[in-house]
Design a protein around this ligand. Structure first.
Ligand SMILES: [Zn+2]
Length: 263
């Protein structure tokens, strides 16, 4: 059977067993196999892959692996341009980046909304609905489920490494370089709708007596009608936001790991 040598770079090693991390290793395959199929069989879901070099030459996902190939597989680069002539593995990510989240990621969805990002989430969606929504709406699918991200319909996706929602938020902010796009208190935490300022008189009936007494500025979700004001939960959210910005810009932050091009 034909054999090729694979080497995975930077954070793609997260998907490999320890013995295959950061080293070149032989891989035996059936003739006619595509490089996308072989990469996924070895671990990483295709949305995590940004560049594939075969003997130093960039190839697309449909490249048929040949006996004796040396295959280097790279995640997205944040600081280096792709080599000249690289085939696009997928259409460019639409900006502003919008997300759809797997059913276990409710906290992360709330955090993303808190920072102003469009984050669809419903714990009623199955895998097919998630993958379809991501593809049909040009959204990034966020999940910890590699099998879901390996569905061929998925174009843009990211496999969260951490189980902790705050750490997950930092992963997403880094992966998509979202720092400059943070727009807090702009999106409804319960339904993802956009909020707009609303006159106090218009929401008076919905307010508790003390809220009516102490607050004068209100926002209302244009989608579900939920009313927001600067209550105690707002102060907690501001502290959380400060912490996130500190971690994003702080000097001790372990930023996105950077790959290099030597296969
Ligand atoms: Zn809403």
């Amino acid at each position: 059977m034909p054999t090729a040598v694979f080497r995975f770079y930077a954070e793609l090693n997260d998907f490999l067993p320890p013995s295959r991390r950061q080293v070149a290793f032989p891989h035996t395959f059936q003739a006619g196999a595509t490089v996308k199929d072989r990469i996924e069989a070895l671990g990483p879901p295709h949305p995590e892959v940004e560049l594939i070099l075969v003997d130093g030459r960039p190839v697309g996902f449909d490249y048929q692996v040949q006996h004796g190939d040396r295959v280097g597989v790279y995640p997205p680069f944040h600081r280096l341009p792709l080599p000249e002539g690289s085939p696009m593995l997928r259409p460019p990510l639409p900006r502003p980046v919008r997300f759809v989240l797997d059913t276990h990621l409710g906290r992360l969805a709330a955090y993303l909304r808190m920072l102003g990002f469009d984050a669809l989430y419903s714990n009623a969606w199955d895998d097919a609905a998630l993958a379809h929504t991501a593809a049909a709406q040009g959204r990034v699918l966020l999940s910890r489920d590699r099998g879901l991200l390996k569905r061929s319909v998925v174009v843009h996706g990211y496999c969260l490494r951490s189980l902790d929602p705050t750490a997950q938020l930092m992963e997403v902010l880094h992966r998509y370089a979202l720092g400059p796009e943070i727009a807090p208190f702009h999106r409804c935490l319960s339904c993802n709708g956009v909020m707009e300022p609303v006159a106090k008189e218009a929401v008076l009936e919905q307010l508790e007596p003390l809220t009516r007494l102490y607050y004068d500025e209100f926002h209302r979700c244009t989608q579900c009608g939920q009313v927001y004001w600067r209550g105690s939960h707002h102060a907690r959210m501001e502290r959380f936001l400060e912490e996130v910005l500190h971690r994003l810009n702080g000097p001790n932050l372990a930023g996105p790991r950077q790959g290099h091009y030597n296969p």
